[in-house]
Design a protein around this ligand. Structure first.
Ligand SMILES: [Cu+2]
Length: 322
């Protein structure tokens, strides 16, 4: 059983880590926090998806159950309500989250109870951050040309290999193994020299120092949450206050303690010049520490660099350095 579970989770990682992880305690509030709250609120206004306050009065319950279980199929079947919602929400489709029928029922009971307990807030949607339009800086341009050049070289090598092996030929295996040994020693030598000269500059070595400020970062499908206390499970989201944005004074040495609640994500911090400053993996059950000194004032973007599921591209948070 254990090895089947391991195989399934490895497969899930290979497939982009999108296998749903259901919280051990099947508490609907926790499930909502973990699976829905990145896109929905109940009475706090629109986010990526609609505010679900009073949705049970708006639509028949069987429709809602079907939608929560298979939004992808309902959109594919051209359900008129689903299509209208898709248009209203900027063509961002709600992903299929692998919710079961009992879970959908429990979630709807929870949404209903919360709608009754809490009046609908005035739709105070946070003002969208205006990022500058995408552009390639000098480093990105160099990287692009380097990438294209290397790709062309690889294609040429492959074409040459295909052409040279189109006719069967006898080979001196002894000589071939000799070439292989030489290549191995050369590659190992290059690796060792690179290692010796760069190991001191890794963020892990720098992380030995003390930071001015510790920021906890919790990644989940599909957002990053900042907090001043650690979040270990989705249940903590109901007690620990979280922020989607941060403001820090210039010059602060920050230690980000990065973890994830559901699947593997990646925390990548881009500076105001839109260059990658630092990045680390965000993994369930692990905390990775990342030390960064934020010197230049401006807007920093946080993006996920690990494909984590259907709405991965929506994982964009940020912080401002003043
Ligand atoms: Cu992602």
């Amino acid at each position: 059983m254990r090895c089947i579970a391991a195989l399934v989770s490895t497969l899930a990682l290979l497939l982009g880590g999108s296998l749903p992880v259901i919280a051990a305690d099947n508490d609907a509030a926790t499930l909502f926090q973990q699976r829905c709250a990145a896109c929905h609120t109940i009475g706090e206004g629109k986010r990526i998806g609609p505010d679900l306050h009073g949705v049970l009065e708006l639509r028949p319950r069987p429709w809602l159950v079907q939608w929560i279980m298979h939004p992808d199929q309902m959109l594919a079947a051209k359900d008129p309500v689903a299509q209208q919602l898709l248009r209203d929400f900027g063509q961002v489709p709600m992903p299929n989250l692998g919710i079961t029928e009992p879970e959908a029922g429990a979630l709807l009971d929870y949404i209903g109870a919360k709608s009754v307990a809490q009046p609908a807030a005035p739709a105070a949607t946070p003002a969208p951050v205006n990022y500058p339009p995408p552009y390639l800086g000098p480093i990105q341009k160099t990287a692009l040309w380097l990438f294209l050049g290397l790709t062309a070289a690889i294609v040429i090598v492959f074409v040459a290999v295909v052409r040279s092996t189109s006719q069967p030929r006898t080979l001196d295996m002894h000589k071939a193994y000799g070439v292989r040994a030489v290549l191995f020693v050369v590659a190992a030598g290059i690796l060792l020299v690179t290692f010796v000269f760069t190991i001191g500059r890794t963020p892990y070595a720098a992380a030995q120092g003390t930071a001015d400020r510790v920021v906890y970062v919790t990644a989940r499908q599909f957002e990053f949450l900042f907090s001043t206390a650690p979040i270990v499970s989705a249940a903590d989201l109901t007690t620990v206050p979280t922020m989607r944005d941060l403001e820090l004074p210039a010059g602060t040495e920050v230690e980000f303690r990065v973890t994830a609640l559901d699947v593997n994500h990646n925390f990548a911090l881009y500076g105001p010049a839109r260059l990658l400053l630092a990045q680390t993996q965000a993994m369930p059950g692990y905390v990775n520490r990342l030390h960064v000194r934020l010197t230049a004032p401006g807007r920093y973007e946080v993006l996920c660099l690990e494909y984590c599921g259907a709405a991965h591209h929506l994982m964009q948070n940020g912080l401002t350095v003043k």
